[in-house]
Design a protein. Sequence first.
Length: 306
Amino acid sequence: MERHEIEVFLTLAEELHFRRTSERLGLAQGRVSQTVKKLERRLGVPLFTRTSRHVALTPTGRQLRDDLLPAQEQLRRAVDRAMAAGRDIRGVLHVGYSSAMVAEILLKAIDVFRSRHPDCEVEIHEVQISDPFGPIRSGRLDLQVTERPVEEPDLTLGPVVLRESRMLMVPLGHPFTRRASVSLEDLAEATLLAVAGAVPQYWLDYHYPRHTPSGLPIAHAPATTYWTEVLNLVGRGKGVSCASEAAQRYYARPDVEWVPFSDATPIEYGFLWPTGAENARIRAFTDTACEVALSGPARMPPGASG
């Protein structure tokens, strides 16, 4: 039996009146009658006796009602418990981040969130860019903000909270510093420094391409594990690397210069969580973080959080 058939049968078994049953369920009276007839044909036995003035359960109908009522009640209690858990904003929410800019937004969001939901604590944890999904897949995190793109079937994408222009980090005195901007085609003239680890290939291809848009090859130096190592290697003149515009506020150093791209797409930082794990805490915190991002100095145009 399908759930809607059980609902129609049990309601009619209680009301013993087709019109009242249809009104209670919000269905057309004909739909109620068709559902009961279809169920009786499938079972091969009548469940109700009905005349123009009277509806009654047959002995088989009474037995089916008595067998189904405990199961329906158990299902109702299970749904009620799940709904209560979904509305319950308490406990500890573990949120991951992979950039200092995002951490700043999260810390501000935590202050606002705590004022609204004092029974829920939020703890933030840094996620290494070389293993972007390991912590959330292991259950150590409930929620995470990471650089897009993300194309993982077991992870659900939430709103974008930060969108930053892309810059190229180059060694001090590099020829690119004499230009007002660089293009993706210019990467064919340099050696690109990238990260390695448990990073999807599509993500690496997006942030550290192997070819320019016209198809020219881009040379790559041996990859490193941590992004701070990339920064050190750029400063030592071992190559160039991409980063967001805001990163220079946190990682400025005298041996590295930052040159804007003229044609690269922005870097987006967005929420994600395990598929099927969304709950009231996650929804409330992501909403709060988006409010904070849009009201602060973050570089997000209108509509970016969608």
